[in-house]
Design a protein around this ligand. Structure first.
Ligand code: ADP
Ligand code: MG
Length: 426
């Protein structure tokens, strides 16, 4: 992202320097930016900026300050001054970690770009941590932005967890999912409490001990079952669990989670404008709306379309729209480097039981809504089995429930990326 020419400046304080918090607030005001505007420019959350300016953040990351200096348009010398301003080197306020124990800082970076339509949600989820009723859970179909939202939320909430932040991807693409015992061991090691544990029962007890009475944030991405999360839930204390999952987890305390899905049209256009340039998007609005439609409003698909355009400044949005128009090529076009829509759907599809794979195969040409009757025609003569299969597909975020028909029966539809995958790309 590029920023307008330098407009902000750090306040001069001869003799004794200002604190970082004061300097940042003044530089923002001098640049005539609100906290919201600075958040959009810097890629940090509004909450993170508020915490910095109120001095709540005891140990800001160097990278956060670099992003802020850039977004404030500070000249290089002023940016260096900002990085040198006094901040607390002491233990973060509120930390209760015993001396010698580890304070993990495992969060991967949140996306640098803004999350269209989700920044306020990230702040709202962050404000719910630690959740009194259970973990905070984000669920959605492939490429809907679960990881991005969870990470943005975790970074916004990070300062409330001075005893550390643990991050685990429970189902990396190339591996089997973690068992709950493996996860317990892994989190214990992160907290420096893994040595000398005898057996899984003792490990769970030790983990509860390590988490209660401290303020640790545990972020679990690609959770597969409730059983993985349960050992991390402790009563009281200041620790929290934030979950991103490919399937609903109805047996977790505090369910339902936050369901996310396609973006609205305006937000989808914003994703393309942020990556490809607002002028380009404004100049060919019909083509851009076609792209949004072909991407089904899905953040990953839009992100990939935006990358396609930004890598090809001389090609028009119409050219991309024409390529995407042929749905047989769509998954191949929506692939850039190590990001691909096909891989994202495959991560949902690969672990499915054979009966669900077979059902999806039978539904592969379903472009429109369907219901139990179609399942009975194509997949199984048993109504009960058909209903169960539909519920399973729904829980696993492969189909979505649409409007009921005139007689009140629920209708379903394949998520667009899933339809393309089962029709052309598996
Ligand atoms: N709201 C959003 N606005 C813009 N880009 C987004 C948004 N949500 C996700 N993305 C981008 O889309 C891609 C897929 O998001 P990701 O969180 O990995 O999806 P998921 O975890 O659901 O598969 C990432 O490159 C991410 O940065
Ligand atoms: Mg993810």
């Amino acid at each position: 992202m590029t920023f307008p020419p330098r407009s902000g400046a750090l306040p001069d304080h001869p003799g004794h320097g200002p604190s970082l918090a004061v300097a940042l607030a003044r530089a923002r005001e001098a640049a005539c930016l609100t906290q919201d505007e600075l958040a959009v420019r810097s890629g940090l959350s509004v909450r993170a900026i508020r915490n910095l300016e109120t001095g709540h953040t005891a140990r800001p990351r160097r990278q956060s300050l670099v992003l802020l200096a850039e977004a404030l348009g500070l000249a290089p010398a002023e940016a260096r001054r900002l990085l040198r301003l006094p901040r607390s080197a002491a233990r973060p306020a509120g930390a209760t970690t015993p001396p010698g124990a580890r304070v993990p800082a495992e969060l991967p970076p949140a996306p640098r770009h803004r999350l269209a339509g989700r920044e306020t949600l990230a702040d709202a989820l962050a404000a719910r941590l630690p959740g009194r009723d259970g973990p905070v859970v984000v669920v959605g179909p492939p490429g809907s932005g679960k990881t991005a939202l969870a990470l943005r939320t975790a970074h916004a909430a990070r300062d409330g967890f001075p005893d550390g932040q643990v991050y685990v991807d429970l189902h990396p693409t190339s591996c089997l999912p973690f068992t709950s015992d493996q996860l317990v061991q892994r989190v214990l090691r992160s907290l420096g409490r893994g040595a000398g544990v005898r057996g899984p029962e003792e490990a769970r007890a030790r983990l509860r001990d390590a988490l209660s009475g401290r303020r640790v944030l545990v972020v679990l991405d690609n959770v597969v079952t409730e059983a993985q999360v349960r050992p991390l839930l402790v009563d009281g204390g200041g620790s929290a669990v934030l979950v991103a999952t490919r399937r609903e987890l109805p047996a977790l305390p505090g369910w339902p989670g936050h369901r996310i899905g396609p973006l609205g049209r305006a937000e989808a256009c914003r994703v393309l404008a942020d990556l490809a340039g607002a002028a380009r998007v404004r100049a060919d609005r019909p083509a851009v709306l076609d792209i949004v439609r072909y991407c089904g409003g899905l953040p990953l698909a839009l992100h990939l379309a935006g990358l396609w355009l930004s890598a090809r400044p001389s090609r028009s949005p119409r050219e991309l729209a024409d390529r995407l128009a042929d749905e047989r090529d769509r998954l191949a076009t929506l692939s850039v480097g190590d990001l691909s829509l096909r891989a994202s759907v495959a991560a949902y599809h690969r672990p499915l039981p054979p009966a669900l794979k077979a059902s999806l195969h039978q539904l592969r040409d379903m472009e429109h809504d369907f219901g139990v009757e179609e399942m009975m025609d194509r997949v199984t003569p048993s109504r009960r089995v058909a209903v169960d299969l539909l519920e399973d597909l729904l829980q696993r975020q492969l189909i979505r429930a649409g409007e009921p028909d005139r007689s009140g029966r629920i209708r379903y539809r394949l998520h667009e990326a899933v339809r393309l995958y089962v029709a052309y790309g598996g």
